[in-house]
Design a protein around this ligand. Sequence first.
Ligand code: SF4
Length: 363
Amino acid sequence: MTVQARVEAIADKVRSGEPLDRSDGIFLYTEAPFHQVGALAHEVRTKKNGHRAYYVVKRYLNTTNVCYADCKFCSFAAHEKDPRAYRMSLETILEKACAEPNDYDELHIVGGHDPKQTSLDFWVPAVRALHERIPHVQLALFTAAEIDYMCKRARCSYEEGLRALRDAGLTSLNGGGAEILVKRVRDIVCPRKASVEEWLEVHRVAHGLGITTNCTMLYGHVESIEERIEHLLLLRGLQAETGGFKCFVPLAFHPEGNELHAYGWTGGIDDLRTIAVSRLMLDNIDHIKAYWISYGIKMAQLGLHYGADDIDGTVNNEQRIYRDAGSTTDQSTPILELRRAIEEAGFEPTRRNLLYRVLEPVS
Ligand code: SF4
């Protein structure tokens, strides 16, 4: 079959609602003409989400960078005695979260695997306190890797840990910690973190308890294209089982200050193709994010034409994970500028909450 015939066969599958298989995914990444992949992804994105491009008014806190998992791609973590190490007290977390609480809709917290903070003993009462003080703010807290760490520390099941956090006020889990869901890759880049099966199981249990989650893929380091596709297929498989993923977020590897720096920055073509292939492979996940903190606003605008329908929208300057890895994006960009960027790209800026309910625009 010629390349063009193969592209057309894949387009037919997509239009008839048939999920793409492994070889389709590899072909889209390696042989299919770039703009044709983008055009097909845009078609799917438009069918699912029209001309909307979602953003969220959100506050972001990395409450501790103390961590001993030593993931090789990480520029954020520090051991306890490192001068860079920090850990916010509960008072500081509440102060940062509750200052001008009417200014935002979602609180996003992730941090290291910190023996002194990342525990159910600390977080269950902390989540309750947050929920009591800012009940209108949806709480998107922790990654599956942090949940795995907390439950292991408490010697309880994922269900017990997640139930306690949900009952305290947790709305949703964040999608991080997935990296690449392939054992070969994890053995190299994050051998001390939750395994493939553990990461998936935390999300499975969360979905069963009515906790929605997001999912991510950290790409651009030691993984192969085949392993990226394997990752996407695992996410699609779990979504077919539970339906609990709201959004997929491709995360480009940032090389500064970590052991994998030799792999360098991802290229713009790889970033856009990854967004597009994700949109086409993950037919059962409604939303794909072009995360502007990672890509910069100009690439995020392009991402909206390559399958993404969401750009995130963090507006405080507290997202340290990408900053420590070399990102120079100004995270304090006002939300009105993000809305203008969406409009300039030709889409309708749409303020949403965690569950993608549409909210009144920011004036
Ligand atoms: S990625 Fe997370 S778990 Fe891994 S070292 Fe960094 S903070 Fe720790």
